[in-house]
Write a protein that binds this ligand. Structure first.
Ligand code: ADE
Ligand code: ZN
Length: 333
């Protein structure tokens, strides 16, 4: 039995596997700078977040139609099912598609159709979160968010992603206030490459319900104490941190230290097609390098479920599945 988990930090566009990128490029008559799979694969050596984002934004240009979004969402859910995911809160970047002239209805309609079909086939429940680019003006984010709300597009929350350094959360106060006023959940990437101060701003000014990444909180003891007291969820992505060089090697990854300090951390995959694996691969890599007891795995899985935006009865049902997994793990060992 796979460990049942909630995947709370995954960018749909980051699930585009190289083969899919080239197939969709051909199908949609998009010319990419890489003529072959081999050339494309050579690009996957990143020096920092920006070097990854440059490739990520180039490749997502192959997504054109509602069917493309439907297809890649379903392909992700098929893979997620095989890795134990029982609930997903999926990120997408509306600005990445709008700036290429693709309508919000096509993007969200396709993703929602894929999520619905995935729930019917695999029983994976879902939420959908629109992430705004911090490298673009906050006025652009606010305008798009107003449209999303006014036109009644089906999203459950907003997030904040893209280049972090130089774009502090304070810039997006109005966007997040508007989202909260309209009953949307709010999360933000912070403390991935950016300093602990960005995490503080995300908490105090954006009033987020979760921090995505957050690993640089360890540089500020008072912040760690606060995050522990508030049991603020931190969605940590170990393979991503190594591939984007925010951590030197997995053996140096702070995940276990964070767990030991009482921080509410969970493991996620960020952009699995770019960073070497889905949520199960992240668990396996951490286990291999840092060692995880069955009890620690279960805590990480329970944290993911408790940190989700599911209603209490659904959280209870999934937590019971984790308890059953732990019981079986104890029996087998
Ligand atoms: N967009 C996709 N992946 C991201 C990451 N790891 N950080 C910021 N923005 C992203
Ligand atoms: Zn991310």
């Amino acid at each position: 039995m796979k460990l049942p988990v909630a995947e709370l930090h995954i960018h749909l566009e980051g699930t585009l596997e190289p083969e899919t990128i080239l197939r969709l490029a051909e199908q949609n008559e998009i010319t990419l700078p890489w003529p072959s799979l081999e050339h494309l694969r050579e690009q996957y050596d990143f020096s920092n977040l920006q070097s990854f984002l440059d490739l990520f934004y180039t490749n997502l240009a192959v997504l054109r139609t509602r069917d493309d979004f439907h297809e890649i969402t379903l392909a992700y859910l098929r893979r997620a099912d095989a890795s134990g995911v029982r609930h997903v809160e999926l990120f997408f970047d509306p600005q990445a598609h709008l700036e290429r002239g693709i309508e919000l209805g096509e993007v969200i309609g396709g993703i929602r159709a894929g999520l619905k079909e995935g729930e019917e086939r695999f029983g994976i429940t879902h939420k959908l979160i629109a992430c705004f680019w911090r490298h673009a003006p906050a006025t652009s984010a606010l305008e798009i968010l107003r449209t999303l709300v006014a036109e009644g597009h089906d999203i459950d929350g907003i997030g904040l992603d893209s280049s972090e350094l130089g774009y502090p959360p304070v810039l997006f106060q109005d966007v997040f206030a508007f989202a909260r006023e309209n009953g949307l959940h709010v999360v933000a990437h912070a403390g991935e490459e950016g300093p602990p101060e960005y995490i503080v701003q995300a908490l105090d000014l954006l009033k987020v319900e979760r921090i995505d990444h957050g690993i640089r909180c360890l540089e500020d003891e008072a912040l760690v104490r606060r995050l522990v007291t508030e049991q603020m969820p931190l969605t940590v992505c170990p393979l991503s941190n190594v591939r984007l060089r925010t951590v030197d090697t997995l053996a140096d990854h702070p995940l276990k230290r964070m767990l030991e300090k009482g921080l509410k951390v969970s493991i996620h995959s960020d952009d699995p097609a770019y960073f070497g694996g889905y949520i199960d691969a992240n668990f396996e890599a951490v286990d291999r390098e840092l060692g995880l007891t069955p009890g620690e795995r279960a805590t990480l899985a329970r944290n993911s479920i408790e940190s989700s935006f599911l209603e209490e009865p659904a959280k209870k049902r999934l937590t019971a599945e984790v308890d059953a997994w732990l019981h079986a793990a104890g029996r087998d060992s």
